[in-house]
Design a binder for this molecule. Structure first.
Ligand code: AMP
Length: 428
């Protein structure tokens, strides 16, 4: 059977027991549980913001010159309002922080999130139009330990899920005051090479020259080897902060690579920038990225900067990386008990038992289409059930059910009276 409609390109259904791990619900539950647990341990609390936001929030928060705002937003208009399907969550979270005056709460805010994001990109492996991010933010301090803490909690999620071969690259982007000087020096250096640059980079040279630094084009990389380094233009405090960050990371045994060419696509970053990569996921090797974004708050209307640092990670890329590393991923969720009933009267009785088992906390199932014993047994096997309970006419008469141990194959008769308790105890 087929509907006239299919999922939109670049979006997917998640299905229970799907053969592909990327779209198997059980795999998503597994990584979501892991993320919630690591965040809980690190003292982060979950924030959920709406999927719909005002387009202005994203346009101002992320910056007009970014790829996201200039060409990847899903927007629509109703009445006089322009809406966007959020392409990321940092700007929405800062909006929420300001809207609810979270700065008035004692201490810093440690917030984390999980959720769908939307970007109109050309779909390929690891790049989708609806994808899912998880991430965390620490808002309210400039202390470089917060930057280290964000990196640490991010690394811990991957470590806890078994993904060890990741590569962390870090850099500092300096302050809003010193960046224009560096930008100027970079443009001055690149201008004579303009003809050798790709069209994209030529465009960036006038609009957003720092983005040229993370080019993958070999000829451009060669030119950049001699380019002025941002580090030489750093203000004293940015330099001190960067050194402190490196010290803290070393003190908690987090290995990193310094990469002076690392810049982030988003405009609001200052000082710390980082990216986490993995080789097993093809061209889209970035698992996660983040940094400090003290200037986001004023960009969306706050009277002054709000010190904040965070990371954002792709859930699909996490799954692809786990799969690429051969890590075990959950198949389908096995049942504790499967009820098999033969005949209408047994069917009704079985239904009562199943509900009683479920109330007692077991994962219990039964078939509702009145199939043969053989067909029901096949379903029990597919459900991966530990125990199978069989009810036929004879069992109704004797008020004893047959309980089959699916591991040993052993069968015993258990009186109806103590059936739920008997199974609950077996599964303890
Ligand atoms: P960004 O917000 O662009 O810094 O992205 C953070 C992370 O989200 C990236 O490192 C990717 O893991 C993931 N990501 C970004 N865009 C997409 C996309 N279109 N499809 C899948 N994952 C994405």
């Amino acid at each position: 059977m087929k509907s006239t409609f299919q999922t939109i390109e670049g979006t997917s259904d998640l299905l229970p027991g799907a053969p592909k791990a990327l779209v198997r619900t059980e795999v998503w539950h597994h990584i979501e549980r892991g993320i919630h647990e690591i965040m809980r341990r690190h003292g982060f609390s979950e924030i959920r913001t709406p999927i719909l936001e005002h387009t202005g929030l994203i346009a101002r928060g992320i910056g007009q010159l970014t790829d996201i705002v200039s060409k990847e937003m899903y927007t629509f208009e109703r009445g006089n309002t322009n809406y966007v399907l959020r392409p990321e969550l940092t700007a929405p979270i800062m909006r929420s922080y300001l809207q609810h005056h979270l700065e008035q709460q004692p201490g810093v805010q440690r917030l984390y999130y999980l959720g769908a994001c939307f970007r109109a990109e050309r779909p390929q492996k690891g790049r989708y139009r609806q994808f899912h991010q998880f991430g965390a933010e620490i808002i309210g301090t400039e202390d470089p330990r917060a930057d280290a803490e964000i990196i640490a909690v991010m690394m811990e999620v991957y470590r806890a899920l078994g993904l060890l071969e990741t590569r962390l690259r870090i850099n500092t982007l300096g302050s809003a005051e010193t960046r224009p000087q560096y930008r100027e020096a970079l443009v001055r250096y690149l201008e004579p090479h303009r003809e050798t640059l790709t069209g994209v980079s030529q465009d960036r040279l006038s609009r957003n020259p720092l983005r040229i630094l993370d080019t993958k084009v070999e000829a451009e990389r060669k030119i950049l080897k001699e380019a002025p380094r941002l580090y030489a233009y750093l203000d004293e405090e940015s330099r001190r902060n960067y050194e402190a960050l490196k010290r803290v990371l070393a003190s908690i045994a987090i290995p990193y690579l310094e990469d002076p060419m690392l810049v982030r696509g988003l405009d609001y970053y200052t000082r710390t920038a980082f990216e986490l990569e993995h080789d097993g996921i093809g061209a889209q090797s970035a698992l996660a990225g983040g940094g400090r974004y003290d200037l986001l708050a004023p960009a969306i209307g706050a009277k002054k900067p709000v010190p904040a640092v965070g990371f954002a990670a792709g859930m699909e890329r996490l799954i692809l990386a786990m799969e690429g590393s051969g890590l075990p991923l959950p198949e389908s969720d096995p049942f504790d008990v499967w009820m098999i009933a033969l005949g209408d009267a047994a069917g009704e009785k079985a239904f009562i038992f199943v509900q009683s088992l479920r109330r007692a906390g077991l994962r219990a199932g039964l078939e509702l289409t009145g199939r043969s014993m053989k067909a029901q047994m096949r379903l029990a096997n597919r459900a991966g059930s530990r125990w199978v309970v069989i009810l036929g006419e004879k069992e109704l008469e004797t008020e004893q059910a047959i309980v089959k141990d699916m591991v040993t194959g052993e069968q015993i008769a258990v009186p109806f009276m103590g059936l739920t308790q008997n199974l609950t105890e077996k599964l303890k």
